[in-house]
Ligand binder design. Structure first.
Ligand code: SF4
Length: 362
């Protein structure tokens, strides 16, 4: 297995990955975690303090110092910097806390440290009164924890809201002029592949500006951890989670909806093994999904060629090369084995389209 700088003869077969959705404006996000703040519920998978590694508290007085530290390390122009309140249910906070955080954020905009604000919140907090609280504020984007559109799955996950709440919330937010992101989960209690795919289709129909896909993990201290220890809940394996996520990615790609994250952001808390009891956590989960998409496309192409016993050359855009190879060259090993290849060479084609892979026999 080797990499060559350029292809010497044109590939015999081209295969396409689902085209990357249109790029969205990607600001630099400065996250501020409000673990479980403003949330009256207890979703079975949730232990925000374990995930974020932070206890609750009022961050408003500390925001200027946080921004000063951030901008010292990563100078950015303010229009590209977005302050994000994550980890809780922002619009479920008492009004005085929302007002205090918004006022602090407004000050950061006035000081030209940030351009805008986003937060995550539950779908059932989006009503006219609460939207009134953030009207005219620097909030530009709202991320909704939708998770599933399957009522049985929502109930089994202890979400405490319905699919209709999510649909209404997206509608109201869009009408009020906010950009909307939907966070969706796979491997939830009572959720099979079919349910996850149907939910993805329903989320796509709502036309959010972007989505995030998270595999359900068994986090220490969550209700799901107790169920797991009793032998009840069984999380997805890593392979199954990657395969399901790849199918969801295709659903959103077909509707031109950007998937801006797959898998939880790697952190010391998640990586040290003390907080994730079980489940498909991997620090490079998104890379695994794109590798799976590349492998499936290459399988499709190789089926059309008399490749057994031959050396195959795969041509890809430089940004795709590591995904074509797979983690630790896993894709190359799997393809070599499956098609009884003599070997695989990789060619980089910086001028080729990002979504296209070429396959040739040498
Ligand atoms: S809505 Fe669920 S996941 Fe979000 S903070 Fe509340 S309990 Fe946790």
């Amino acid at each position: 297995m080797s990499t060559r700088a350029a292809a010497s003869s044109p590939p015999a077969v081209w295969v396409d990955l689902p085209k990357n959705p249109a790029p969205i404006r990607r600001p630099t996000i400065v996250p501020v975690f409000l673990p479980h703040a403003g949330c009256p519920h207890r979703c079975v998978f949730c232990n925000q303090i374990a995930i974020t590694g932070q206890a609750d508290g009022d961050p408003a007085p500390d925001l200027p110092a946080l921004m000063a530290r951030f901008l010292k390390e990563k100078p950015r122009s303010p229009q590209h910097v977005e302050l994000a309140f994550y980890g809780g249910n922002f619009l479920g906070l008492p009004p005085h806390r929302i007002q205090s955080l918004i006022a602090a954020a407004r000050e950061l905009v006035r000081e030209k440290w940030i351009g805008s604000v986003r937060f995550s919140t539950r779908p059932d907090t989006i009503d006219a009164q609460r939207l009134g609280w953030i009207a005219g504020s620097p909030v530009g984007t709202v991320e909704l924890g939708g998770q599933s559109m399957d009522e049985a799955v929502l109930a089994a996950s202890g979400r405490g809201h319905t699919a209709r709440d999510t649909a209404l919330a997206v509608h109201r937010l869009k009408r009020a002029g906010f950009r909307v992101g939907i966070q969706t989960m796979i491997g939830l209690p009572g959720q099979d592949n079919r349910s996850a795919l149907i939910s993805a289709g329903q989320f796509a129909t709502l036309e959010p500006d972007f989505v995030r896909i998270y595999p359900c993990l068994v986090i220490t201290g969550s209700p799901l951890a107790a169920d797991y220890r009793r032998g009840g809940f069984r999380p997805l394996s890593l392979d199954a989670a990657v395969a399901t996520c790849a199918r969801l990615w295709r659903v959103f790609a077909r509707r031109n909806i950007p998937v801006i994250r797959m898998g939880l952001q790697a952190s010391a808390e998640l990586s040290d093994g003390a907080h994730v009891l079980a489940g498909p956590y991997h620090p490079a989960f998104g890379h695994l999904v794109f590798s799976a998409l590349c492998r499936e496309a290459l399988v499709r192409g190789l089926r059309r060629l008399p490749a057994a016993g031959r050396t195959v050359r795969i041509t890809a855009h430089p940004r795709r090369l590591s995904q074509v190879r797979g983690l630790g060259n896993a894709n190359l090993a799997a393809l070599t084995d499956r098609f009884a290849l003599a070997g695989i060479r990789i060619s980089s084609d910086p001028d080729g389209p990002l979504h296209r892979l070429g396959i040739a026999l040498e």
